[in-house]
Design a protein around this ligand. Structure first.
Ligand code: SF4
Ligand code: SF4
Ligand code: SF4
Ligand code: FES
Length: 950
């Protein structure tokens, strides 16, 4: 396989020192930063010193003794991986003495190794094999009959990789990867000397251990001891293409390693700026859904949602969809149809869908699934700072002294960033967690939160405003920063507002459930200690006061001056891979790309000239308004690309009511999802492996998604939108997504400097990228805020209308789990389901006991909106009065119980607070039984001869 540039392993991490030193290695002079190891310097000079226990993603360990070198003026043969360079040093890496010593070391390893190279899955991709060659090993003097580990049993419990101790050389790379890179500490070297072996947790099978299947140990292993099962099954890869993970908003870069057109494995790219060579279980292993038998590969239509699906040609399906939309518009008016873009799709695809809606439908009825997650981030940060995005890059956390995590669970939902954050915490950064639940970060190996503010769901604004009260009233405000960088009048007004005793921790303690002293301690820590950075998630946004809470966070950052440099800032952790991009691309009904209001005549004129159409100046409908209008009979047609609103949007009954009332629902997706049950046309979508485009992660980082195989459905998603638009009478002409990006750059000032050529050159670019910042902007608002002066906004706490009472005395909040992703459409079709086969309801032991519920019992979870059943998990991770569940399985449908309350500014649903009752149950509710039946029926496809084009 041709190595990518970032495949070169220099043995030890690069030194970050500024001063350089000069030395001579094998007669070649080399200049490297102070603190570099001899091994790393030799690699830079072009000499590969033999090594086994060293790899440049881990700190040097010095155990294998293969990397010995000679240094003039020093006795002995130091290990080059653990010896730092010195000015004027003269090093030799190849002498007769060294060769002999290295051969001796290799002889010992090989004498206890099964010599099955020809049939070993790692043949040709094994460092032990390479090193035997590199040291010229030709014979093993000790023979192969001594004590050995050849009969040790393999552990094949993990669905994605095996552990074969017979091949282990006990180099500890796996153990160190689990500690240093992943931060899980699942592995140890058990026993001493000859008995030493790698053990997972208390020497249990990997699947039963604390291992979270990130794969870092597999990647670090120099032998076939830890190896991907896909390599065992398919063979070693022959080529590699760099692309971007399609799961979460971390946006990890991967090398898709291929044999033919088959993916053999996904290896995280060391050059990926978001992930620096690390990954989680989803990105590295859970890509098998692309080949899953449930995938729909042929377009289908049906006259009514009660009919079976009928496979048709692409032309027929597109013609059917277009004529449906045209007929509806002719009968019900121009605004009776709309479209929904997806944060799972590329920027280019999203841009084209909103363009099609505005230009071909002739209205602004386009919205995105970000409506239901981070729309308050857009509104809140735009109001206070002037941009709808996070302020930092991920690496910034390495300079944070205090880390605040609010309403986010990074170890489950943003695991690769969590590993970076955990590393910083292990180095001594302090931690404040604000969450109703005791998330993993609160207590984990080598990490203990300084403060855990276990607030009652729905009280973020009261807690954050109380923190501001402490900062202002205790004189902790950074007045110099505020004077220079923020609007003075707004600050004075805000200062008086938060100083009011009614907003103190003591006054709000009863409502928030957080002891006043805890809030005071957390506020002091955040305000006083060097660089403080806030990371937040949907536990902040998905509330009726989601936007207010985002503004509270911005206020805290401004009042303490924690903005505009590394190590600080306000960082929304985006859920899906392209939430940032789908918002940037003009997916909201009131905004064109780059968050420019549709009512702005000058902006509209720019787009009208480029697109050759007249644009409506009136904002269109948001998703909930589309559904309301459908129920009222005014909205009749919807094009949904890559989104499953029937499962992911709140108040399922209402969503279903809206969908059922429509006459033409067109769903474009990989699988027949829940929304497709109500669709009339199904257009098969392509996976991220089958298309070109870009995603933008939570750091505003645009990265290329590269096609590694032909689309199994025949077309990339952007091509399907082009076909539909043409059939609607508005042809769009692009031959490659790069041309769509060129148009985005021409029309959007923050993207002006972005092109595929530049992305190829730089690897990734954080917007804004323009003449002022030709290579992008890692940290925003350095000298001034995007809006000029930062704006403090008053954040009055208003309790949600969703109240607990005798009928519904508990508060339900929801979240994610590591192995699954969102509604689970992809991950449930992989072996990840082994870790999470069902959604469970977490309930405190006290609440469970009161209700006669034991662990694992079926319980009914009921709210004012509806009821579902699931099994109970009794745990004190939740406080009394609070219950929690995930929402990954359609047969649970947590959204059946969520209310239709939403954020005052953006309509983002209040997923995180629902008043519920929990009672013992005998099993699934009627609708769940019915769901099982109808979902089977809806999947009935008439595999008739494809119907020819009309
Ligand atoms: S897969 Fe990850 S978590 Fe599991 S043992 Fe390996 S490094 Fe640790
Ligand atoms: S499993 Fe691999 S990485 Fe771990 S000690 Fe054995 S050979 Fe080294
Ligand atoms: S952290 Fe997110 S982007 Fe990275 S591999 Fe996991 S799911 Fe993919
Ligand atoms: S590589 Fe240096 S001691 Fe193993």
């Amino acid at each position: 396989m041709t190595p990518l540039a970032d495949d070169i392993d220099r043995g030890t991490p690069a030194s970050q020192a500024e001063r350089t030193v000069s030395l001579t290695i094998d007669g070649t002079r080399v200049d490297v930063p102070e603190g570099t190891s001899i091994m790393h310097a030799a690699s830079v000079a072009g000499f590969q010193v033999p090594k086994l226990c060293a790899t440049d993603s881990l700190n040097a360990f010095g155990s294998c003794r293969l990397c010995l070198v000679e240094v003039d003026g020093r006795p002995g043969t130091p290990a080059s991986c653990t010896t730092p360079v010195m000015q004027g040093m003269v090093v030799r890496t190849q002498t007769e003495r060294l060769k002999k010593l290295r051969r001796g070391v290799m002889e010992l390893y090989i004498s206890d190794h099964p010599l099955d190279c020809l049939t070993c899955a790692a043949n040709g991709d094994c460092e032990l094999q390479d090193m035997a060659g590199a040291v010229g090993l030709r014979d093993v003097r000790y023979g192969y009959n001594g004590d050995n580990h050849l009969a040790d049993t393999k552990d094949e419990s993990n669905p994605y990789f095996t552990y074969d101790p017979a091949k282990c050389i006990v180099c500890s790379r796996c153990v160190r990867a689990c500690e240093e890179v992943q931060g899980t500490f699942a592995l140890t070297i058990d026993g001493r000397g000859f008995e030493s072996r790698v053990a997972a947790s208390a020497d249990v099978p990997f699947l039963e251990s604390e291992c979270v299947s990130c794969g870092a140990c597999v990647q670090a292993c120099p032998t076939a001891t830890l190896i991907e099962k896909s390599v065992i099954e398919i063979g070693t890869p022959e080529r590699s293409i760099q692309t971007t993970c399609a799961y979460c908003g971390v946006g990890c870069s991967f090398n898709a390693e291929m044999r033919g057109d088959e993916v053999v494995r996904m290896t995280p790219s060391k050059s990926g700026k978001a992930n620096s060579g690390h990954s989680c279980i989803k990105g590295r292993f859970a890509w098998g859904y692309a080949q899953h038998k449930d995938r729909i590969l042929k377009p289908m239509i049906r006259a009514s949602i009660d009919d079976p699906w009928q496979e048709v040609t692409w032309e027929h399906a597109i013609g059917h969809a277009a004529s449906g939309f045209k007929r509806i518009q002719a009968k019900y008016g121009r605004t009776s149809v709309g479209g929904i873009t997806s944060s799972r799709c590329t920027n280019e695809e999203t841009f084209l869908v909103q363009k099609m809606v505005r230009a071909a439908f002739g209205n602004n009825n386009v919205d995105t699934c970000a409506r239901v997650c981070h729309s308050p981030t857009g509104y809140g940060l735009r109001t206070t700072f002037g941009t709808s995005a996070g302020t930092q890059d991920f690496v910034s956390v390495e300079k944070a002294d205090v880390i605040v995590v609010i309403g986010a669970n990074p170890t489950e939902a943003h695991p690769v960033f969590a590993s970076r954050m955990k590393k910083r915490l292990r180095e001594g950064a302090r931690l404040i967690v604000i969450d109703p639940r005791s998330i993993d970060l609160v207590h984990m190996p080598h990490i203990d939160a300084d403060y855990h503010l276990a607030l009652r769901p729905g009280t973020n604004v009261a807690v954050l405003t109380a923190m501001a009260h402490v900062i202002v009233t205790e004189g902790l405000a950074n007045e110099a920063f505020i004077r220079d960088r923020c609007e003075a009048d707004a600050y004075e007004e805000w200062k008086a507002f938060v100083s009011d005793p009614s907003r103190s921790p003591e006054a709000t303690e009863a409502a928030t459930g957080v002891p006043a002293e805890t809030i005071r301690g957390a506020a002091r820590l955040y305000a006083r200690k060097g660089n403080s950075a806030i990371y937040y998630g949907l536990g902040v946004t998905e509330h009726s006061q989601g936007t207010t809470a985002v503004m509270c966070i911005a206020n805290l950052a401004m009042v303490t001056g924690n903005i505009g440099r590394e190590g600080v800032g306000v960082n929304p952790l985006r859920g899906q891979n392209n939430v940032q991009g789908s918002c940037d691309m003009g997916s909201f009904p009131h905004e064109l790309s780059g968050y420019r209001h549709i009512s702005d005549g000058a902006v509209r004129a720019l787009f009208e000239a480029a697109w050759g159409v007249h644009l409506d100046a009136e904002p269109g409908l948001r998703i909930p308004n589309m559904l309301d209008a459908a129920v009222d009979g005014h909205f009749k047609g919807l094009y949904v690309q890559g989104e499953d609103i029937a499962q992911s949007d709140p108040d399922t009954k209402h969503v279903v009511g809206g969908l059922k009332a429509m006459e033409c629902v067109v769903v474009q997706d990989l699988f027949l999802n829940e929304t497709a049950y109500y669709a009339h046309v199904f257009l098969p979508g392509s996976t991220f492996l089958e298309k070109n485009g870009t995603f933008i992660n939570a750091e505003r980082r645009t990265q290329l998604v590269r096609k590694v195989m032909a689309p199994k459905n025949g077309y990339e998603d952007w091509e399907i939108t082009l076909k539909l638009s043409e059939a609607l009478g508005y042809p769009m002409h692009y031959s490659h997504p790069s041309e769509v990006m060129d148009e985005i750059a021409r029309l959007t000032p923050t993207f002006a400097g972005i092109s595929y050529d530049k992305l190829e050159k730089l690897g990734s670019i954080q917007w804004p990228c323009n003449d002022a910042a030709p290579e992008g902007t890692p940290v925003m608002h350095r000298a001034a805020f995007a809006r000029g002066k930062g704006l403090f906004v008053l954040t009055e706490y208003v309790a949600t209308d969703e109240k607990v009472g005798p009928r519904f005395p508990l508060l339900l909040t929801t979240g994610r789990i590591l192995s699954q992703y969102n509604v689970g459409a992809q991950t449930r079709r992989t072996a990840n389901s082994l870790w999470h086969q069902e959604d469970r309801l977490e309930i405190h032991p006290h609440d469970a006991e009161q209700r006669g519920i034991s662990d694992g019992n079926w319980v009914k979870l009921a709210s004012r909106a509806g009821a579902t059943t699931l099994r109970a998990l009794i745990t004190d991770r939740v406080a009394p009065g609070v219950v929690y569940t995930t929402f990954h399985h359609p047969d649970t449908q947590a959204n059946v119980v969520t209310s239709d309350y939403s954020d005052w500014a953006t309509n983002c649903p209040e997923y995180k607070v629902t008043a519920v009752q929990v009672t013992p149950s005998n099993g699934p509710t009627d609708w769940q039984v019915e769901y099982g039946r109808h979902s089977e029926q809806s999947r009935h496809i008439r595999h008739a001869e494809a119907v020819p084009a009309e």
